[in-house]
Design a protein around this ligand. Sequence first.
Ligand code: SF4
Ligand code: SF4
Length: 214
Amino acid sequence: MIGFLEGLKITLKTAGRKPVTAEYPEADKRMEVQQRYMGFPALTWDYDVSEPYCTGCMVCIRNCPTQCMSAQMKDNPLHAEDKSRRRKIIDEFEINLGRCILCGICVDVCNFDAIEMSHEHELSKYERDGNRVDLPALLDMGKAYQASTAWKPRQPEKNSGVPKPKPAKKAPSIELAPVSAAALEHRRAAIRARAKERGGSADAETQTTHPTDD
Ligand code: SF4
Ligand code: SF4
């Protein structure tokens, strides 16, 4: 009898509980993903200089185990205008997310805080190649991730694109090496000898050549 009542208690308690399941895909009934959730990789955006963090260095591409990424870099026009520290910038980037295994290696090897495992996970397509995403799409995914997680670069000092202030130019200072008395006397003797050979005044030439020696 006691066991029966205990069972009934649990049944009644459970009956009054809110459901823990979500009705996918209804937007307002979906479960929120956790902050630590690792969805598909996305490229981050540097809002300080309005350009991607990615320089197209190819390190992530060489390390991707499924070879699903490709990229091309170009000279950064903002660097030429002194508006960015990045000499090179990404020009084209593509990831075939249909082949990505979400291993996170691309994020681990990137030295520029340029790629993150976003929260994006709903990319089912009917076409075999339907999940090839280009640079604008990857940046949109990255921007959404940055906004939802208040993302900050791990190495802000190193990877900021904001140009460093240039140090003020100093006027070049010319410092003359001190001349020893013996060297000075030796020089004067040479001048006197030369003047004597030419038949002029040794003192006059010494003074003309070295007006500040005395
Ligand atoms: S995401 Fe990082 S590792 Fe990959 S190309 Fe861009 S800067 Fe290089
Ligand atoms: S998460 Fe892994 S498989 Fe996917 S793009 Fe990055 S390195 Fe490649």
